[in-house]
Write a protein that binds this ligand. Structure first.
Ligand SMILES: [Zn+2]
Ligand SMILES: [Zn+2]
Length: 334
């Protein structure tokens, strides 16, 4: 039986209208989730200002309340939703590069209903089950905070396995995720420099173990082994290249502006690598769940605010104010 429920419609210019929304039954291979939590992401900014044809929200976790034909996940199972509804059969998917699927069906929350509404229909293949000891809000950490960050660190590791210093441009939620994941991966002796223009964000990053770098002033660091840009700003990317030493690796995670390289001086002579890193592969979630359980207090500090779905507008305004870590919206009754 299709269900009708009240869901937020993003009409643009920062306005949300609550409208009746019909959720169909899950089809073959699909699950209907009762959403428990959805984390707000900087990427949501566009839908907030421009509006959206679907219910946004791409960092969701929830509970299976109905399962379609051919599925094996039991009703009552809780888990997180992998953004990309990957096909599972193309060359990329067969090799495990599910974030580079060649025949992606949807991006959840962008082209199909996401997690700011009370329900979400997902393919079983992009649902990742978590144990009951992990709350829905904590399960959202497996997505951009841990997943995207861990993937970028993993891509850097492919180029060099002796990283003894890391520079992170931007102390937003992704930058903070990279910081905490790097502390876990490399240990406390490897300095993680985090730059930002916001004093609030720099202070928060420092609390989480960063060596803060004021990006409003010239950055004088040199000889850093690896860097990650989470800002998408050209000036931040140029600085990230400039701080690298020989064999340095830059991973660009933030979408946005460009990067100008002097190929001889910046790349060839010092044998540096500049790479992109997009989201993460579904298969990375299992190892990240182990990390989440082992380091829950440290990781959950990145969530600075939890608001009920009835306060979605206030939650967005708070997040866009720039003085938060991750802001998580929870469904009232769960
Ligand atoms: Zn996100
Ligand atoms: Zn595929």
């Amino acid at each position: 039986m299709p269900r009708t429920a009240i869901a937020p419609t993003f009409v643009g210019e920062g306005k949300i209208e609550l409208r009746e929304h019909t959720y169909r039954d899950p089809g073959p291979g699909e699950l209907l989730l009762a959403v428990g939590a959805n984390a707000i992401c900087g990427t949501d900014r566009e839908q907030w200002f421009e509006g959206s044809a679907v219910v946004p929200g791409h960092e969701a976790a929830g509970t299976v309340v109905a399962a379609g034909e051919g599925t094996t996940v039991a009703e009552g199972t809780r888990g997180a939703v992998f953004l990309m509804d990957y096909c599972g059969t193309c060359r990329s998917c067969r090799l495990g590069y599910t974030n580079q699927c060649l025949a992606k069906r949807n991006d959840m929350g962008f082209t199909a209903d996401g997690g700011y509404g009370p329900y979400e229909i997902v393919h079983e293949s992009n649902f990742f089950a978590v144990p009951d000891s992990v709350t829905a809000a904590e399960a959202t950490l497996l997505l951009d905070v841990m997943g995207t960050s861990g993937h970028a660190l993993g891509r850097i590791h492919r180029m060099r396995d002796d990283v003894e210093s890391l520079y992170v441009a931007g102390a937003g939620p992704i930058g903070l995720g990279i910081l905490v994941m790097a502390r876990i991966r490399y240990g406390a002796d490897v300095p993680v420099y985090v730059s930002d223009v916001s004093p609030w964000r720099l202070a928060f990053a420092e609390e989480l173990g960063a060596t803060p770098v004021d990006a409003t002033r010239p950055v004088t660091l040199t000889g850093v082994d690896a860097a990650i840009d989470s800002t998408g700003k050209q000036s931040a990317r140029q600085t990230a290249v400039a701080v690298l030493g020989k064999r340095g690796v830059l991973a660009c995670v933030g979408h946005g502006e460009g990067l100008t390289l002097d190929v001889s001086a910046d790349l060839i002579a010092p044998e540096r690598t500049v790479m992109g890193s997009e989201y993460f592969a579904y298969a990375e979630m299992a190892a990240n769940l182990e990390l989440l359980q082992a380091h829950l207090p440290q990781l959950s500090r990145i969530i600075t605010h939890r608001l009920p779905a009835s306060e979605l507008t206030a939650a967005f305004e708070l997040f866009l104010g720039g003085e938060t870590g991750k802001v998580v919206v929870t469904q009232d009754e769960r």
